[in-house]
Design a protein around this ligand. Sequence first.
Ligand SMILES: *Cc1c(COP(=O)(O)O)cnc(C)c1O
Length: 383
Amino acid sequence: MRTSSTIELSFKAIEHNLRFLRKMLNNRVKISSVVKGNAYGHGVELYVPAAERCGIDHFSVFSVDEARMVASVKQPETTVMIMGWIPVDELSWVINNDIEFWIFETDRLEACLKIARSLNRKAFIHLELETGMNRTGLTRKEISEIIPILLENRDIVKLVGLCTHLAGAESIANYTRIHRQIKLFKNLIKLFHDNDLHPVLVHAASSAATIAYPAFRFDMVRVGILQFGYWPSKETFIHYISHRKDKIDPLKRIISWKTEIMALKYINQGEFISYGTAYFATEDKQIAIIPTGYAHGYSRSLSNSGRVLIHGHFADVIGMINMNMLIADVSSILDVKVGDEVVLIGNQLDMSISVASFSELSNQMNYELLARLPKGITRRLIQ
Ligand SMILES: *Cc1c(COP(=O)(O)O)cnc(C)c1O
């Protein structure tokens, strides 16, 4: 089936970014490739095997449905780790398939022990410690209750990791808070070692902390957005580049999102274009109707402000983004025809258009626009 737009992933760019990360981290720090949100919209089915070809053997997801998706395409020896949601009735699938998972509540540990016993199979767990993010995580009190349980049940649970999540390493405003978190994290880890519990992997850093706080990389980093070629924030990029001589962005964008012109039309000066009065033609225009809208993940907030590439030239998005269509002004582009390629994100001839370049909005736009790219769009891996 062909959909009205296509997403292409560049294998070369995947390889390039993962090689950059590997080099930066030496061989001491393990990489867990975070592929929640359908690999940030890139598509788990294509991305996971491609990343494996580049040496990745550990993937992190948010939920059990995402873990099932990764499990269905990964190599047998590759590890999957669930960082968040697992309903109790899915725990047996998780344990049966050696999926690693985070425990942030005593109740979940109890349920996990019960199921592991009944299956007579070991559960591989990471304990998430509350260090100040105040979302999920075990408090010091809960930890002291859990330690004896872990000791008693060593035959059936393996403490693979101790982890925490930092509350905004992409912004210097959180510097003190993050240092406090790490201090507490180290204190809590000591409680385990004092009780002869020695996890294999201590981990805390996502992309931003991997760059901005090298001392907090511990045994493993959980890298999401960086591997796809985007910086978690402008600040993180500036932090990286300020320590470099060459001042070159070391990352490459992986994704290209393409469609084609569906229809063309001439509009007279004085007309409004598309719904309502959002766009008024102050001169005669040629417009291209493009079969991509907010139902396909092209944000409505790009109404009257996005840009697309046609014949290697920028064309402004005019009027409101519709559910399935958008309109671009092609008045100044020669010889456009129905069926001509339109690049929504990516490169065309010498020009390139990125998610963040759409507007001056925060980099949050990268995460959000990518994650909203629907699963149903045709995806292809290219060299
Ligand atoms: C999403 C997520 C990450 C990865 O974040 P990036 O900023 O994309 O690198 C790491 N850890 C946890 C717990 C996450 O939820």
